[in-house]
Design a protein around this ligand. Sequence first.
Ligand code: ADP
Ligand code: MG
Length: 349
Amino acid sequence: MAFLEISHLEKSFGSNRVVKDFNLDVEKGEFISLLGPSGCGKTTVLRMVAGFEHPSTGVIRIGGADVVGKRPNQRNIGMVFQAYALFPNLTVAQNVGFGLKIKGMAKAAIDARVAEMLALIGLPDLGARYPFQLSGGQQQRVALARALAPKPQVLLLDEPLSALDAKVRVSLRTEIRAIQRDLGITTIFVTHDQEEALSISDRIVVMNGGIADQVGSPFEIYNRPTTRFVANFVGQINAFEAEVDVASEGRVRMAGVPVQLAGPVSGSRVTLATRPEALHLGRTAGKDVVLPATVTEVHFLGSVIRLRADVAGVSVALDTFNRADQPPPAIGAPVELSLSSRDLIVLGA
Ligand code: ADP
Ligand code: MG
């Protein structure tokens, strides 16, 4: 039995079904991201877990106990929001101790726990400051400390990094993950940023229109997307419409070139996708598919060269590492692109 179990969760606002048959089992100590475009229902799922929103139907169990009928403060959950939701008229220490005071903890015990939390987030000396005296990144760390102070059994983070600038965002996500691992706290993290989700998660739930499209490790989601939406939303893909020659044997033609797939396919056409880094410039040992192409764009980015090329009318992106002994091809140059048929992602028709 998973620590947090979400079964057949649904939410409608009027006739608008915003969460549809959402199922997720989260193990104790796991870090799960809900990833999807704005409006796909991520916050609504999180708010139902927290108890701020009542499900239309479905079950949410934490540690085996059904929590749907319980109020937020009875669920022992910590939450951090996107916008800095600190109390502006309270000091940092008072903010962090807020939940403990509500619980009726003694002052000495609160002070000790607050000091412990401020050390944990790397701000041991800022307890007397007010939120307006802190940077955005510091405010979000304090929000994290406030959420963790009462020792919640689940931590919910709703786009906690999206209001910060890029550098702080990256360093704080690393820090959040380190603290989460340290405490072993079961965490659901909401983001619309695919790189963030890939870098931070044990598993990712890719959401689309209120549905969990795919659940898997970052490696699985990126390398083996099961739907066209996931393939497109997470990373970049090159999609080829291939004709099926012998469906039962997985023999197809991609840009006119015969390709032997690992298993059978169905229908007369399938979409085959590759990641930009799976396409190689020139013939390469072990790459069994060779596609004639014409270079259309060259972006020299330093360590990586990002090219675009036309393959029988399909514009594809490919990434190749810089090599000091090999200048990039010129625009208009005829080239061959090679790939391994095992790296093709079969997305159905
Ligand atoms: P996300 O967090 O993925 O951006 P949300 O869960 O906030 O998405 O919203 C999903 C959908 O539900 C949106 O279409 C939004 O307008 C709608 N929605 C969210 N909360 C409410 C509400 N309280 N009343 C009516 N519609 C809502
Ligand atoms: Mg949201």
